[in-house]
Design a protein. Structure first.
Length: 606
C-alpha cells in the first residue's frame, strides 16, 4: 500500500526543514569514515594501550583486519532494567569471536532510575543525565579503536542519550541491545488503587510499600508502558534492534539468542563487507518519523516529545511538535497498555507486541516501509516475531488477528482513529497533552487555577483539602532552566483522587509528567518556561484557565490589557545539594523543551 498522504506530507516537511543540517551531518560522517582516525592509522604505542587490558583477544586484535566491537554499557544493579547486563560483555566477547570479530567494553554510562528519584531532589538531575550519557558515549567511542558498536541500554534517558552520542559516530554500524521487561507482578489497577488510597490516608506506608514491591519485583524494565518501554517500541521502528527484541524477558533462551544474533550481525554490516549499514544512514528522516508514528499508535510516553527531537538533531534532522500534532491526527491508536489500559507490556507482547503493530501500520500505509535497518532495506523483517524452534532462533509470521483485542487491535478496528497526543497553544505558550487515557468529556477543562512553585506544595494543599473543587493546578518553575525539568509523577495520585471525587481537574506545568501520565488531563512541557519570562509566570490564584485538547487551546481567561500589564512572578532561588549545583551550566544553557531541553545541543548549534 502507498504511504498515507499526511504521513508523506509531514515527512517531506521534515526533509525540507532538515536539508542543510542533514547534508552537513552526512558529509561529516563520510569524512570521518574516509579520513578519520582508525586502528590502522593509530601508532603502535596507542594500540598497545588499547589491547593491554585483554588477554584472550589480543592475537585477534593485532592484525586490525576484523571488526572490533565497542560495547557501551549502562549496567548497574540499582536499575532493575539494567541489572541483566552484568554478564553480557563476557558473553558478547565469545559470540564476537565466533563471528570472526572481537569486542571490548568501550565505556560505561551513568544510568539513574527515575522510579527511585521521583518526587525528590535527585530527579532534578534526570533530564540532564541524558546529555551526560551522550557525552559519556562519545568519550567511550573516541578511542577510535572500534569498527562497530553495541549499545546496552533500555530506560528513560539512557536510550536517547546513547543514541545522541552514538550518532556523532554515525559512520559506524551499531545495534541497540535491550534486556527485556521483568515478569508481570500485581495488576496495574491494583497498584494504582493502593497509591490513591495512600494519598487519601486510607492505606498505611507498609501497605503501600508491599504493593510497590509486588509490582516492581525482579530484573528487567518496569512493566507499565512508560518511557523505557516506549524507547523499545521506537527503536524497533527505527530498525536498530534485531527484529522483535524489545520485550523478550531476561534470563530466557530467546533473550540470549537475540543478543547473540545482534553481536554477530555487526561484523556483517561493517565497512569491510558488502552490506555496510552505518547508524547515521539507518537513522534518517523516515526512521525518525516512523519512531514518532509508533509512539502515537501505542499511546507512548510524552517524554519523547523532548527526546526524539534531541535524537534527531544529533543526526542533522529537525522534527517539531507541529509534526507530532499532524501525525497524531492521521495515526490510529492500536494499543492500550497501562496507564492507557489495564495490560502491561508482557500482555502487550503476548497479544502481538511491536511486530504486530508494525505489520498493521505498514498494511495501512501509516509507516515508511522502505527504510534502511540493521537487517535489511525495509521494515518487513520487523513484522515477524522471534521464537525458539528446535533450539534455534527463527522468525515467524503473526496470526491475522490480535491475541487479545482488548490490548491490541488491527488497523481495520483501532481503539481510536487518531493517536494520543495534541499540541496546545494560546496566551500561556505552547504545551503538549497526552489524551490516549483521558476520557473524552475531560478533554476540555476550564476552572480557576491554583498556582504552585513545587510539587510538594501541591501535595500539602491536597492533604489540607484546599483543592477539593474544580481546579487547574499550575506548577511552574519546573522547566529545564529552572531546575532541570523533573517529572511530576508524584502528583498523579492526588490529582486522580480529586477527579474520582467528581471534580473537573487539570494540570498545567512547564515541567514533565512522564510516561506514566494517565487519566488526568495534563498540559506539560509548557514553553517558554517560567524562568526567563514565560507567560505561566503571570498567572495568579483564581485566574480562570482553559485547557482544551479538542481545539488545541491553552489560555488564561484574563483581560488582555490586565494580562499585558502584569509582572512575572519572582523565581525561587536555585536549590543546592544532591549535586544539583554541578549542573548549573546545563540549566543555564538549556534550550526549550521542543528543541530537546539541552544545553549540549544548544551549544553545538544543533
Amino acid at each position: 500500500m502507498s504511504i498515507h498522504p499526511e504521513i508523506a506530507a509531514v515527512t517531506d516537511r521534515v526533509i525540507e526543514r532538515s536539508r542543510e543540517s542533514r547534508a552537513a551531518y552526512l558529509d561529516l560522517m563520510r569524512r570521518q569514515r574516509e579520513t578519520g582516525i582508525g586502528r590502522p592509522r593509530l601508532g603502535c604505542a596507542n594500540l598497545a594501550h588499547a589491547y593491554a587490558g585483554t588477554d584472550e583477544q589480543r592475537d585477534a586484535l593485532k592484525p586490525a583486519t576484523a571488526m572490533n566491537i565497542g560495547i557501551v554499557t549502562a549496567y548497574n544493579d540499582m536499575l532493575s532494567a539494567h541489572a541483566p547486563y552484568y554478564r553480557y560483555p563476557e558473553q558478547m566477547k565469545v559470540w564476537a569471536l565466533e563471528a570472526g570479530a572481537t569486542a571490548q567494553v568501550a565505556g560505561g554510562v551513568p544510568a539513574m532510575c527515575d522510579g527511585v528519584t521521583q518526587g525528590y531532589a535527585g530527579m532534578e538531575l534526570s533530564l540532564f543525565s541524558r546529555d551526560t550519557i551522550a557525552l559519556s558515549t562519545a568519550v567511550a567511542l573516541s578511542h577510535n579503536t572500534f569498527e562497530g558498536a553495541a549499545l546496552l541500554g533500555i530506560c528513560d534517558k539512557i536510550v536517547p542519550g546513547l543514541l545522541m552520542g552514538a550518532l556523532r559516530f554515525g559512520h559506524l554500524p551499531m545495534v541497540l541491545i535491550p534486556g527485556g521487561p521483568m515478569r508481570t507482578g500485581i495488576p496495574n489497577k491494583e497498584k494504582a488503587r493502593v497509591r490513591e488510597l495512600y494519598a487519601e490516608g486510607k492505606a498505611s506506608r507498609e501497605e503501600l510499600l508491599d504493593s510497590e514491591i509486588a509490582a516492581y519485583h525482579g530484573k528487567g524494565t518496569c512493566t507499565f508502558y512508560g518511557t523505557a518501554n516506549s524507547n523499545q517500541m521506537m527503536v524497533e521502528a527505527m530498525g536498530l534492534h534485531m527484529p522483535g527484541a524489545a520485550f523478550a524477558n531476561p534470563g530466557t533462551k530467546l533473550r540470549q539468542e537475540l543478543t547473540r544474533a545482534a553481536v554477530q550481525r555487526l561484523p556483517q554490516i561493517g565497512w569491510k563487507g558488502d552490506d555496510y549499514r552505518p547508524i547515521g544512514e539507518v537513522i534518517d528522516e523516515r526512521a525518525i518519523v516512523n519512531a514518532a508514528i509508533v509512539l502515537l499508535a501505542t499511546g507512548g510516553s510524552t517524554n519523547h516529545l523532548i527526546h526524539l527531537p534531541a535524537i534527531a538533531r544529533c543526526a542533522g534532522i529537525r522534527i517539531d511538535w507541529d509534526d507530532f500534532d499532524r501525525l497524531s491526527r492521521a495515526v490510529p491508536l492500536l494499543a492500550r497498555v497501562y496507564p492507557n489500559g489495564s495490560a502491561d507490556v508482557n500482555g502487550f507482547e503476548d497479544a502481538g507486541g511491536p511486530t504486530f503493530v508494525i505489520r498493521e501500520l505498514l498494511k495501512g500505509g501509516i509507516l515508511h516501509r522502505d527504510t534502511v535497518t540493521v537487517v535489511g532495506d525495509s521494515l518487513d523483517a520487523y513484522t515477524r516475531r522471534p521464537v525458539i524452534a528446535d533450539d534455534m532462533l527463527v522468525w515467524q509470521d503473526h496470526d491475522a488477528s490480535s491475541g487479545d483485542d482488548t490490548i491490541l487491535r488491527t488497523i481495520d478496528a483501532p481503539f481510536s482513529p487518531e493517536g494520543g497526543f495534541r499540541i496546545l497553544s494560546g496566551n500561556l505558550g505552547r504545551a503538549c497533552i497526552k489524551v490516549s487515557a483521558v476520557e473524552r468529556d475531560r478533554w476540555t477543562i476550564e476552572a480557576p487555577c491554583r498556582v504552585f512553585n513545587d510539587q510538594q506544595s501541591v501535595q500539602d494543599a491536597f492533604k489540607a483539602g484546599e483543592l477539593d473543587r474544580d481546579v487547574v493546578v499550575v506548577v511552574r518553575f519546573q522547566g529545564p532552566r529552572a531546575n532541570g525539568m523533573p517529572e511530576l509523577h508524584k502528583l498523579t495520585p492526588p490529582l486522580g483522587v480529586l477527579q474520582n471525587r467528581g471534580f473537573r481537574v487539570a494540570l498545567v506545568t512547564d515541567g514533565r509528567m512522564s510516561g506514566a501520565s494517565g487519566k488526568v488531563p495534563a498540559a506539560i512541557h509548557l514553553s517558554p518556561e517560567a524562568l526567563g519570562g514565560g507567560p505561566i509566570g503571570k498567572l495568579r490564584d483564581g485566574d480562570v484557565v482553559r485547557v482544551c485538547a479538542e481545539r488545541g487551546e491553552l489560555s488564561a481567561r484574563v483581560d488582555a490589557a490586565e494580562w499585558d500589564a502584569r509582572e512575572q512572578a519572582a523565581p525561587p532561588p536555585p536549590e543546592m545539594g544532591v549535586g544539583r549545583e554541578l549542573f548549573a551550566m546545563m540549566r543555564a544553557g538549556a534550550s526549550e523543551a521542543e528543541a530537546g531541553g539541552s544545553a549540549m545541543l544548544a551549544a553545538a548549534g544543533f
